[in-house]
Design a protein. Sequence first.
Length: 51
Amino acid sequence: MKSTAIYCQYCHQRLFDLMSGTRGSIEIKCSRCRRVIRITFSGNQVKESSE
Ligand SMILES: [Zn+2]
């Protein structure tokens, strides 16, 4: 299965690998810069946003 690596938009720390075909949204705190990043994904489309 293909996966996409998700990186922090601030410090480019690798956060996790997302399996293609997954749908949903999560909030994750970057382990390096401690910022909270909201990620929404649907199929192969990934959007990162922040407050
Ligand atoms: Zn970061």
